[in-house]
Design a protein around this ligand. Structure first.
Ligand code: SF4
Length: 354
């Protein structure tokens, strides 16, 4: 007789909507065996993506100076973190960093700019950069630049952008507890603009911000209903000086359950284990490659992550393959992709409290 792990794999692979009660069980039932759960989610992942892992790298192209008040973000107008703020990097530097990322086996180059959304001047500059990366470098691109309307999304599409990122971050219900300067609906509108412009969308969640299990499921099911093909699942990196600053909501096993729930609900989507992987999953990081088929290297917006080589080794040691193998002997990137310099008052993924 079929056990519940086999049933979860079968339902997810069938394309039927994964039952919400089962997703809640994945998240919360203490009798769930985590290794069997991870294997079951891994079967769904293998069916669509095999053993390939897509490695993404973030370039924080504009940092801080943001008028928004997202409570988890060190760049917000209300954050107190000692942030290295800078206006948008120059065109040549961003193109060069894309070139280096490609040489080092990175599958997708993700440009992230702080702010509510790009000004017309910034949008024109971003379009030039995207066009140059497309024509001169030939690496897949993703842009995350805040709220974007159809006109700007179309401009980026015409320039050659593959994907536009805009995370839902949390549920509709919980959004007002996290940010006051924009709404959940603003975020949905950006994803709709991306879709209307013919761009692939990328949208995910930050967990560990005081949300409930139902909030997590709301986001997982909303992303399915929007048919989002790329879902980053972030685990809050608490940064001292930010209003949302919680160490205690996540554990390695909780993170694995969250990733498995996203995988069962979104069997066809690329699921990326994103910020906070190192600090929250710790020694269980490699298990995240069963529900997830993608990860970031070299740090996040404000904090360091693991550099490429140990991450590549972890992937290979577990029998996975990096999509777009790095060239041997390539030098480390010149990009500094995180914006808080080493500072003992900042929790980064390497120093997460245990
Ligand atoms: S998440 Fe983006 S919009 Fe929100 S404060 Fe940070 S940089 Fe600004």
């Amino acid at each position: 007789m079929e056990n519940r792990y086999e049933r979860w794999t079968r339902i997810s692979l069938s394309g039927e909507l994964f039952p919400r009660g089962d997703a809640l069980e994945v998240l919360t039932d203490p009798t769930v065996d985590i290794l069997r759960l991870v294997a079951a989610a891994g079967d769904v992942r293998m069916a669509r993506f095999g053993r390939k892992v897509k490695v993404h790298q973030i370039n924080n192209i504009k940092n801080g100076l943001c008028p928004e008040d997202c409570g988890y973000c060190a760049q917000s107008k209300i954050a107190q973190a000692p942030l290295r703020k800078y206006a948008m990097k120059d065109e040549e530097a961003i193109v060069q960093e894309a070139r280096e990322a490609k040489e080092q086996g990175v599958y997708r180059y993700c440009m992230v700019a702080s702010g509510r959304g790009p000004t017309p001047h910034e949008a024109a500059k971003l379009a030039r950069i995207i066009r140059r990366i497309d024509q001169e470098v030939g690496i897949r691109t993703c842009l995350s630049a805040g709220l974007v309307d159809l006109e700007k999304a179309s401009l980026f599409k015409q320039a050659g952008l593959d994907r536009l990122n805009h995370n839902l971050n949390t549920s509709r219900r919980h959004t007002g507890n996290i940010v006051g300067t924009h709404t959940y609906q603003d975020r949905i509108a950006t994803l709709e603009a991306a879709s209307q412009a013919g761009l692939e969308s990328c949208s995910g969640m930050i967990t560990g911000m005081g949300e409930t299990d139902e909030d997590i499921l709301d986001v997982a099911y909303e992303l399915r209903s929007l048919d989002v093909p790329s879902i980053p699942v972030n685990f809050l990196i608490p940064i001292e000086g930010n209003p949302v600053y919680d160490f205690d909501q996540l554990s390695p096993l909780r993170c694995l359950r969250i990733l498995c729930a996203f995988r069962f609900v979104n069997p066809r989507a690329e699921i990326r284990v994103a910020a906070g992987r190192e600090g929250h999953l710790r020694q269980l990081q490699v298990l995240s490659l069963y529900p997830a088929n993608s990860l970031f290297v070299d740090g996040y917006l404000a904090t360091r992550g693991d550099p490429k080589q140990p991450v590549y080794r972890m992937i290979r040691d577990a029998g996975f393959e990096i999509e777009g193998e790095p060239l041997p002997g390539t030098p480390p990137t010149s990009a500094q992709n995180y914006a808080i310099d080493d500072n003992p008052s900042i929790l980064n993924p390497k120093t997460a409290r245990v």
